[in-house]
Design a protein around this ligand. Structure first.
Ligand SMILES: NC(=O)c1ccc[n+]([C@@H]2O[C@H](COP(=O)([O-])OP(=O)(O)OC[C@H]3O[C@@H](n4cnc5c(N)ncnc54)[C@H](OP(=O)(O)O)[C@@H]3O)[C@@H](O)[C@H]2O)c1
Length: 305
């Protein structure tokens, strides 16, 4: 049977992510490689060497025709990159996509009438020589034109990535999706680090604190991912235990715990109270007392600024 000709893929910004995807697709015969554009010609030549194919070039030269443009330059360069590729007239049979987590396909509007999309691999791309071994299994979150998604999906699933579509027609929806990934990764690091440091202020070593908190943290992480949060929540705020929460605020104020940590603890208690309000067994009067305590703590912290 006649094998279909693989699409021709060009890359604008062949850094960590661009090199990784292009190398894997080229090695599997999913695409042929066209232009490989970097800011500096040396980077472009190094990228071509790693990918194993392609024509190294820079934006001082003109774009050439291809079926798919991967724009994997820094996020702020995307509109400029879309304008650069549009010097070669684009048509509705071509696909132009980027991989930024916080921007949707509209960042590429200068490349219309090509089919526009974004596909965000939820993966930390380190050196491409490592990332080619670690990418499989990662989620790739796509939004944009249906035609673009139907062409790109087989390319990502060929790399054993998991394909998930997000209905992010508005830029805000994509930014909120990205904020979710930041909360689950970066903010989780901040929160666990705060818990470890509070335990250190109480006199435990970092190692002891980690051993003590690991089962609590991992069990609650797993349970909350299964949800709902109000079925998982325990502790003083959930119980409406004002005396214990007041003791925490007082100990924080009398310690050397930095002000930022004290503010975070208060803010998280308030967010925890919002979940506790969904727990049917909580008397409203007790939760109102907790809210009053949290409000008083805010006034005290503001006065100490
Ligand atoms: N890294 C990750 O873990 C990760 C994860 C998910 C999504 N992403 C997204 O993937 C995209 C690429 O990220 P990355 O980490 O792979 O970036 P990177 O390693 O910093 O590579 C950026 C590439 O863009 C080129 N470039 C920069 N400015 C340019 C310009 N004005 N004109 C032409 N080329 C230019 C650079 O060329 P030179 O080397 O010559 O300067 C380099 O090849 C971003 O949208 C990012 O949000 C990244």
């Amino acid at each position: 049977m006649h094998k279909p000709t693989p699409p021709r893929l060009s890359i604008f910004g062949a850094g960590k992510l661009g090199q990784t995807l292009a190398h894997l697709w080229q090695a599997k015969g999913c695409v042929t490689i066209g232009q490989v554009v970097c800011q500096h010609i040396k980077s472009a030549k190094d990228a071509v060497a790693f990918i194993g194919a392609g024509n190294a070039t820079t934006p001082e030269n003109r774009p050439a025709g291809c079926d798919i443009w991967l724009l994997s330059c820094p996020d702020q360069v995307l509109p400029e990159a879309a304008r650069w590729i549009a010097q070669q007239p684009l048509h509705g049979g071509q696909v132009v996509f980027h991989c930024a987590g916080s921007l949707n396909h509209t960042a590429l509007e200068p490349a219309q009438p090509a089919q526009l999309a974004s596909v965000h691999p939820v993966h930390a791309f380190s050196a491409p020589s490592d990332a080619i071994h670690t990418l499989a299994g990662s989620y790739c979150v796509a939004e944009g034109s249906d035609t673009a998604k139907s062409l790109l999906k087989p390319l990502f699933t060929a790399l054993e990535c998991q394909w998930l579509e997000l209905d992010a027609r508005s830029q805000d929806a994509k930014a909120l999706y990205h904020a979710a990934t930041v909360s689950a990764s970066n903010h989780l690091v901040t929160l666990i680090d705060q818990a470890l440091r509070l335990a250190e202020f109480a006199g435990l070593s970092r190692t002891q604190a980690a051993e003590l908190l690991r089962p609590l943290a991992t069990q609650n992480l797993d349970k909350t991912l299964q949800g709902p949060a109000d079925a998982v929540l325990t502790g003083p705020v959930s119980r409406g235990d004002t005396r214990t929460l007041a003791a925490h605020f007082s100990a924080l104020a009398h310690s050397e715990v930095p002000m930022g940590d004290q503010q975070l603890y208060r803010q998280l208690a308030e967010s925890t109270l919002a979940i506790a309000r969904h727990q049917g067994d909580n008397a409203e009067a007790r939760l109102t007392e907790i809210q009053q305590l949290i409000d008083k703590q805010l006034s005290l912290l503001n006065a100490r600024k």
